[in-house]
Design a protein around this ligand. Structure first.
Ligand SMILES: NC(=O)c1ccc[n+]([C@@H]2O[C@H](COP(=O)([O-])OP(=O)(O)OC[C@H]3O[C@@H](n4cnc5c(N)ncnc54)[C@H](O)[C@@H]3O)[C@@H](O)[C@H]2O)c1
Length: 361
């Protein structure tokens, strides 16, 4: 694979959009400009990312009417009040229906900015410029936007697809190590769900990824986005197949909830959650023990946790899982594995085995 590549998310109805992936592409006007319906661009970023990358983005927006909203950093600001601040800025600037909202940052900025774009004047164009590995491989693709409510994470939101995604892996140079590793959990997830070749490639290339070799990063982002794009194209609004993307997430959310949000990063909780899903799959005779060993070894190579933290009590975990929003109609569904690259959404799992696994039996 060359040092840059472009994929297309196929949604039909004139809504297809490109994902440009490369190193040093942030300022390239020709990648961005065809997707802006008008001259007005509101860049939404945060106080950490702005000093690092606003200048590098500037050439891509030269000659346009550009404004910025610089948010405080952190998940705690992923609220409706923050979104209202963006709407204020759009109205103050006199931005109209052909304006574009551009998110420059991680998943938090992307989710907030996307939701602001989804509602402003009943929906304006949105562009994603993700700067964390998690955002590049996951949150910037697929059109889920939204904010948290005091009673639940991501509870207020909308589907609003971007017009274009610009993933510049050079921005990952400044990403804290722990955030990089958390992003790798989501890359590993795609391998486990539906791409055994990606899983094997990761087993070989993990040192290169941790060393932030650009060619390896471009390849990892491209493989991940290709997988996510295929799932999203088949099931844009999560009626079925898209739920596979939640592998490790029901367990992971339970870990985050029981431990208290922000103690473990989401990707870390998902990593331990994927191992729990794999262990349950082995218990049920669905997955070879050797496959479980490969999964644990790869997550360890990425420096990710492979078990819940000691203080996460099994009973509390079970209860937290019962509260998960993916429990449709009161029936529990889990994403389990029938092999590396073969995930299934099922309610036919062994509840006793699950309780034993969590030490809550
Ligand atoms: N919409 C979706 O489909 C989807 C999917 C997965 C996760 N999410 C959401 O994404 C969010 C998590 O995203 P995240 O992991 O990117 O976290 P984040 O946005 O909080 O970014 C992590 C940290 O890295 C900083 N940062 C960002 N880019 C940087 C860079 N290039 N260099 C240095 N620091 C940088 C950020 O300011 C922040 O402090 C959660 O709110 C989650 O709900 C959404």
């Amino acid at each position: 694979m060359s040092a840059r590549t472009t994929l297309t998310v196929r949604l039909g109805g004139g809504r297809d959009y490109p994902i440009h992936i490369g190193a040093g592409i942030l300022g390239e006007a020709e990648l961005l400009r065809p997707h802006l319906p008008g001259r007005q661009v509101m860049v939404v970023t945060n106080e950490t990312v702005a000093p690092l990358y606003l200048d590098a983005l500037a050439p891509a927006l030269e000659g346009l009417e550009r404004r910025e909203v610089v948010l405080p950093d952190g998940e705690a600001h992923k609220t409706l009040a923050t979104v209202a601040g963006i709407w204020d800025a759009l109205l103050d600037a006199g931005f109209h229906r052909t304006a574009t909202v551009l998110a420059l940052g991680g998943g938090v900025v992307g989710d907030i900015a996307g939701f602001a774009a989804a509602c402003y004047q009943r929906g304006v164009a949105f562009v994603q410029v993700p700067t964390t590995l998690l955002a590049q491989v996951d949150s910037s693709v697929g059109g889920k936007t939204g904010v948290n409510h005091p009673l639940g994470k991501n509870m207020i939101g909308a589907f609003h697809q971007p017009r274009c995604v610009l993933a510049d892996v050079a921005t990952l140079d400044t990403l804290p190590e722990r955030e990089l590793r958390a992003g790798l959990a989501e890359v590993i997830k795609y391998g486990l769900i539906r791409d055994p070749d990606l899983f094997a490639w990761l087993e070989a290339r993990m040192p290169a990824l941790l060393a932030r070799e650009r060619r390896a990063l471009v390849e990892a982002v491209a493989h991940s986005c290709r997988n996510k794009a295929a799932v999203v194209a088949a099931d844009e609004r999560e009626a079925g197949q898209r739920a596979l993307l939640n592998l490790g997430h029901t367990f992971g959310h339970a870990i985050e909830r029981v431990l208290g949000y922000g103690i473990w990063l989401h990707g870390e909780a998902v990593a331990a959650g994927m191992v729990l899903a794999a262990r349950l799959s082995v218990e049920m005779g669905w997955l070879e023990p050797a496959a479980l060993e490969r999964i644990v070894a790869l997550l360890e190579a990425a420096g990710l946790p492979t078990a819940p933290p000691r203080e996460a009590d099994g009973g509390a975990m079970l209860e937290a899982m019962g509260l998960d929003k993916k429990v449709a109609d009161g029936r529990w569904r889990l994403v389990l594995l029938r092999g590396i690259g073969r995930a299934v959404v099922t309610d036919a799992f062994d509840r006793n085995a699950l309780e034993r696994l969590l030490g809550a039996g």
